[in-house]
Design a binder for this molecule. Structure first.
Ligand code: ADP
Length: 292
């Protein structure tokens, strides 16, 4: 089944990405609310068709840890990607001053299972693991989005990719070829994202008037990896993050090993009220929006 723009009613803007806006839309034929991501690219029809074809495998793959794909189409040279609407938004706007260990553990379990699903079932590596790409809904579910499913889209986006917080692993900073990306680099990005979620802060210097992006990249490549503070997090939790943030990519654990780690094993057994956490975090986020 193919979705097109005529079937959609635009509701509101959910956010702005690097390549266009994300909008809440209502799909009239199915009565489903969706999020539609616009990706503005100057591409020819052949490339656009290739992207749509490559996205097609998503129709056959479903996981509770991956944001559902509903369909994509293009208008002129823009790609429109329709996906499951996640009503609590992305984790970067919810973590506040840092999430407690039990919530961090449940988030980690979802992300690792999502990444393992992408790798085992779709043979893809995510390439862009960061709190903005982890979405949440009011039921307390945590799902991954923005994974590198289309080779053509990865190539087209790579040419213009800039950002002021790098989740890139040290080994990737020295080599620019997208083709050399390995699953171990996603494990680094996972570790860095967990550290940010736990502390409420991206750990490296972010570019401002005095320091450029090079200071940040240099700290990632040359400095010791950051770690979680020992006053708020257990030894198992800190060890989990430290293993992901090993500067040697070959020494980082696999997803299977991460799922077997005592940190996740412990919390697999424990119920955490994620729904209440999301509700509270979402309301606090709303409040801080009103203040600013
Ligand atoms: P970026 O380019 O920075 O990765 P995106 O374009 O992916 O950002 O998304 C911009 C914002 O739109 C996100 O921060 C998120 O809050 C919102 N958003 C993206 N996808 C969805 C979705 N499926 N449901 C709800 N909100 C979304």
């Amino acid at each position: 089944y193919k979705i097109n723009m005529d079937e959609l009613r635009l509701e509101e803007e959910l956010g702005k990405g690097q390549f266009g806006t994300v909008q809440k839309v209502f799909h009239k034929p199915t009565n489903v609310t969706m999020a539609m991501k616009e990706i503005r690219l100057e591409l020819d029809e052949a490339k656009l068709n290739q992207i749509l074809m490559e996205l097609d495998i998503l129709h056959k793959s479903h996981s509770s840890y991956i944001v559902e794909f509903y369909g994509a189409f293009f208008i002129e040279s823009c790609v429109y990607y329709c996906m499951e609407y996640m009503d609590a938004g992305s984790l970067d706007k919810l973590y506040g001053a840092g999430v407690p260990e039990d919530v961090l553990a449940k988030i980690t379990i979802s992300i690792v299972k999502g990444l393992k699903f992408l790798k085992d079932e779709l043979r893809i590596i995510h390439r862009d693991v960061k709190p903005t790409n982890v979405l949440v809904n009011m039921q307390g579910e945590i799902k991954l989005c923005d994974f590198g499913v289309s080779g053509q889209l990865i190539q087209s986006l790579a040419k213009t990719n800039v950002g002021c917080q790098s989740y890139m692993a040290p080994e990737r900073i020295n080599q620019v070829e997208a083709s050399t990306y390995t699953v171990q680099s996603d494990v680094w990005s996972l570790g860095l994202s967990l550290l940010e979620l736990g502390t409420g802060k991206y750990p490296y210097p972010t570019p401002d008037k005095t320091t450029g992006i090079l200071a940040q990249l240099n700290a990632i490549v040359e400095g010791d990896p950051p770690s979680l503070p020992d006053d708020k997090f257990s030894e198992d939790c800190r060890d989990f993050v430290a293993q992901c943030l090993n500067k040697n990519p070959k020494a980082r654990p696999t997803y299977g090993e991460l799922l077997d780690h005592p940190f996740l094993q412990k919390y697999e057994e424990i119920e955490v009220d994620m729904k209440s956490w999301v509700e509270q975090a979402y309301n606090e986020r709303q409040d801080s929006y009103k203040k600013s």
